[in-house]
Design a protein around this ligand. Structure first.
Ligand code: HEC
Length: 118
């Protein structure tokens, strides 16, 4: 009886652990990035004064975050925010936003001279 329980528990623990470890990676990036949505808009697309960050390169986002944190790049609020994240967090956040679609370029439809000039 005891022995069966132990085997069952370890089997459950092992599968649960793997499932959580996998979900944990996704959830952490999503969770960290949701914090940014308050200012940078849902999915990193802002409707206000705050710049949109969806679709920026991950290099640009991570460099910006580090430069904001160190004060190398001037900011009003980003220094305080950027300081709260580890390098691993910044990497996860940068990858998350770099994969999101950026705002559709509205100028393309009306820009008749762009591209096919002949
Ligand atoms: C309290 C509002 C607020 C929150 C929360 C916030 N930001 Fe910002 N962010 C700003 C503002 C305002 C700027 C413009 C620079 C400044 O004045 O700080 C900015 C600028 C940026 C820029 C530079 C964009 C560009 O085009 O140069 C990046 C990248 C950025 N934020 C990433 C993030 C990330 C990633 C998070 C979440 C971890 C985040 N921000 C959370 C307000 C915010």
């Amino acid at each position: 009886m005891k022995r069966t329980n132990l085997i069952l528990i370890s089997a459950l623990f092992a599968s649960g652990f793997l499932a959580n470890a996998h979900a944990g990676v996704i959830d952490r990036a999503t969770m960290l990035s949701n914090t940014c949505a308050g200012c940078h808009g849902t999915n990193g697309i802002s409707n206000g004064e705050t710049p949109s960050i969806a679709g920026l390169s991950k290099e640009f986002i991570s460099i910006s975050m580090r430069d904001f944190a160190s004060g190398k790049r001037h900011s009003t609020v980003m220094q305080r925010i950027a300081k709260g994240y580890s390098d691993a967090d910044i990497k996860a956040i940068s990858e998350y936003f770099s994969k999101l679609p950026s705002k559709a370029p509205e100028t393309n439809a009306s820009d008749k001279h762009h591209g096919h000039s002949h």
